[in-house]
Design a protein around this ligand. Structure first.
Ligand code: ADP
Length: 373
């Protein structure tokens, strides 16, 4: 199949006009962040925040127009209401701004943002993120949970949320909410069928959208469930998000820990403090005889933390209740708050809250006197 080119796409988009402004979206400089990879096309359309909701038909039209071109397998278009970078066009470059430059304007009412990351998939990162968010909420902190795991957005299911958010008249999205935690997910923006290779580039514009165009309101903490791994996509997402700190989730065996170390290095490279490591699936206690088995060995994360100077935040066993409750939409912290597992998550949340306070204090001490953040 012939490859579609940027010129062909822009030419086609010249047929899509913004009726209110009487010109096509290319001439109006509304198209940005165009990415083409193996027949998969993605870009964003910049709109005024006030007009957001009424722009959905335009977005659909643009998507349909590109999808109809020969050589296009998929087309994903996201509306954004970004503010232009000072002195320049908003665009792809803006997406890789260092975190500290975008911090102030993005989420002024969100006091802290904590990334939950893992060196690889399947270690229980989302399960940890969801239970940690619920434990923070149970401690009385206003909490949001942003599911940025574009490869397997499972947070809505774990929080028992179905349906999709509806844009408000102003073009912003209202977060979904359950168990007292506000939630948004990449899964709402990126179609399930989108091929894996395509999700990475999509993730970047989708994350901007979820940070900037969602009515998060006032939050003490926004927990972000990152995509697993430490590649370019993860690094870009880390750079795009004004993170207060990061938590690494790992299983105890060596192979997982070496990936966890890469995660730690990724955050340190961009000066995001690593709050510590959580050992998940740490051990298994037989529900029949009570015997404890260390299926993936045990204590590796604690040793790794000591070796690398990370703090050890806690260990969570491999347990049927943890799986059933989180996969069923009622995570253990809310469905069995008196269980030992819920207590373990609450202890991790308490340590996390303490670390958030320290990181914010440290940042304030470093900030020039005229900065309020
Ligand atoms: P990741 O986000 O790292 O890909 P998930 O959190 O989606 O991993 O977990 C993968 C699977 O393992 C899910 O079915 C989840 O319920 C299960 N799981 C995670 N942690 C535990 C645990 N401590 N005990 C039992 N099952 C778990």
């Amino acid at each position: 199949m012939t490859q579609v080119t940027e010129q062909q796409i822009l030419k086609a988009l010249k047929q899509v006009s913004d009726a209110d402004r009487g010109q096509d979206i290319v001439s109006l400089n509304m198209v940005s962040g165009l990415r083409i990879k193996d027949g998969h096309v993605a870009f964003t359309i910049q709109v005024d925040p006030e007009r957001g909701a009424s722009m959905e038909p335009l977005r659909k039209e643009a998507e349909k127009t590109i999808h109809a071109l020969s050589g296009v397998i998929s087309a994903s278009v996201v509306l954004t209401a970004e503010r232009p970078a000072p002195g320049g066009e908003p665009g792809a470059e803006e997406m890789t701004e260092p975190a500290d430059e975008i911090e102030a304007p993005v989420l002024p009412d969100v006091k802290s943002i904590v990334a939950i990351a893992s060196g690889k998939g399947g270690v229980g990162k989302s399960t940890t993120a969801v239970n940690l968010a619920l434990a923070l909420a149970a401690a009385g902190h206003k909490t949001g949970l942003l599911d940025a795991d574009v490869y397997g957005p499972s947070i809505p299911r774990m929080l028992g949320i179905s349906g999709k958010p509806v844009p408000t008249e102003e073009g912003a999205l209202e977060p979904m909410e359950n168990h007292g935690v506000k939630c948004m997910s990449m899964g709402f923006l990126v179609e399930d069928e989108a091929p894996l290779i395509w999700r990475g580039p999509m993730a970047q514009s989708a994350l901007q959208h979820l940070l900037r165009d969602v009515n998060w309101g006032e939050l003490d903490v926004l927990v972000v469930d990152m995509p697993p791994g430490t590649g370019d996509i993860q690094l870009t997402l880390v750079q795009q998000t004004p993170l207060t700190g990061a938590i690494i989730v790992s299983t105890p065996q060596d192979i997982a820990l070496s990936d966890a170390r890469k995660g730690m290095n990724m955050f340190r490279k961009v000066d995001v403090p690593v709050f510590g490591i959580v050992e998940n699936m740490s051990y298994f206690r037989c529900p029949h005889c009570g015997e404890r088995s260390e299926i993936f060995s045990h204590g590796g994360a604690r040793q790794e933390a000591a070796r690398t100077g990370m703090d050890f935040l806690g260990e969570i066993p491999l347990d049927m209740d943890i799986r059933e409750t989180s996969d069923g939409g009622h995570p253990i912290v809310v469905s069995k708050p008196d269980s030992d597992h819920a207590k373990a998550y609450r202890a991790i949340a308490a340590k996390t809250w303490e670390k958030i306070g320290l990181a914010l204090q440290e940042r304030q001490a470093e900030a020039p006197p005229n900065e309020t953040q």
